[in-house]
Ligand binder design. Structure first.
Ligand code: F6R
Length: 356
């Protein structure tokens, strides 16, 4: 059942501290500053000649974008491709390639086809999935389980968070790069998510913004996939127009849509170059009178430019991307709830998409 929650989605959002703990269990060694993914020993030892290629659909594609950024940050070339756009003629794959299909259900037709084509071309394949024994787990040479537990709500919430964390582990395992600090921040994520669930002001903010015309989400670097995911979740369950952009892209077109009726959600953490640049983009939308909601750790002075603030605990940018997403899940949920939408079963959508 829903354990007292009005919807499975809210229950599953609240299960994240425990599902994230499950994802980490037995996989991180704080003393050695290392990550062990037993099921992937063979993959980790292999050398790959071409970039690591992540393929996925929908929310899982946002996890793929995040994973590619994690590897690129460690100077390991990586790409993310929408599974339905992945063909071995356009994306070169051979026996020196590693192709990683990310699919929580393990049954998404587009992702299965990409994995099977990659297999035929001789690539090493890995499925990152929630479902033991799923078609993806069987189609790929290797499987990494995200251990999120069953998800009933059609909108992916806890499975996305667990994909992010599992992909953080995978990137440490593949690049062999990690410090004691990195491992400690991984370890802290479940408790930090709990802090957000206990303190979020998303419900009150949602009530104020519910009558808007459209909703925009911006982020840069690790927070770009989070902006895309924030918008996808929002449109799925509210049926309102929502779009996510790379913060720097606003001025290349979307800014034309920004008015006092289009709230802009911006993710800003730390106080480095990435944060400074996103703050400049926030000033551009503020000048058009758009309500600005910032998701921030409070390290920079971004709150000066915000109408509303969604606080997350301070951590590194990679882990912050997991935390920021939780605030945006809550925003989508509370706006949809305010509008009386069918949150667990949005119109026209199915939990697993088994046609191409
Ligand atoms: C959005 C959502 C979908 C799925 C997509 C892929 O909330 O759930 O976008 O992410 O259909 O599903 P999986 O991960 O099962 O391959």
């Amino acid at each position: 059942g829903k354990s007292g929650y009005d919807h499975y989605m809210l229950k599953e959002i609240h299960e994240q501290p425990s599902s994230l703990r499950q994802c980490l269990r037995g996989r991180v060694n704080e003393l050695q500053g290392s990550v062990t993914l037993e099921e992937l020993d063979a993959v980790v030892e292999q050398e790959f000649a071409s970039p690591v290629q992540f393929v996925a659909c929908g929310t899982s594609y946002h996890a793929a974008l995040y994973a590619a950024s994690l590897l690129q940050q460690e100077e390991t070339p990586a790409t993310a491709t929408i599974a339905s756009e992945f063909t071995t003629d356009r994306v070169p794959v051979n026996d020196g390639s590693l192709v990683v299909g990310i699919t929580q259900s393990g049954e998404t037709a587009d992702t299965l086809r990409a994995l099977r084509e990659a297999n035929r071309a001789g690539a090493t394949t890995l499925a990152v999935t929630n479902t033991v024994g799923s078609s993806a787990a069987r189609a790929a040479d290797h499987a990494l389980y995200i251990r999120a537990g069953p998800e009933i709500g059609v909108a992916a919430t806890k499975t996305f968070a667990s994909q992010q964390l599992a992909l953080l582990l995978l990137s440490v395992a593949l690049t062999g790069r990690s410090s004691h600090d990195d491992i400690q921040s991984l370890r802290r994520v479940p408790d930090q998510v709990q802090t957000i669930l206990d303190t979020s002001s998303a419900r009150a903010i949602a009530a104020e913004l519910v009558d808007s015309q459209a909703f925009f989400f911006i982020g840069r670097g690790m927070h770009h996939p989070v902006a895309l995911e924030g918008a996808l979740k929002f449109k799925e369950i509210t049926y309102e127009h929502a779009e996510g952009f790379a913060a720097g892209e606003l001025k290349h077109g979307p800014l034309a849509l920004v008015t006092e009726d289009t709230p802009v959600f911006a993710i800003v953490t730390g106080d480095g170059g990435t944060a400074r640049k996103t703050i400049s983009n926030i000033k551009e939308v503020e000048a058009r009178d758009a309500p600005v909601v910032v998701v921030t750790d409070g390290v920079s002075d971004v709150e000066r430019y915000a109408d509303h603030v969604l606080r997350i605990p301070e951590t590194d940018e990679c882990s912050a991307a997991v935390l920021a997403n939780v605030q945006l899940q809550l925003i989508a949920y509370w706006v949809a709830n305010e509008m009386g939408r069918s949150i667990d079963k949005p119109r026209n959508l199915a939990k697993s998409v088994t046609v191409e």
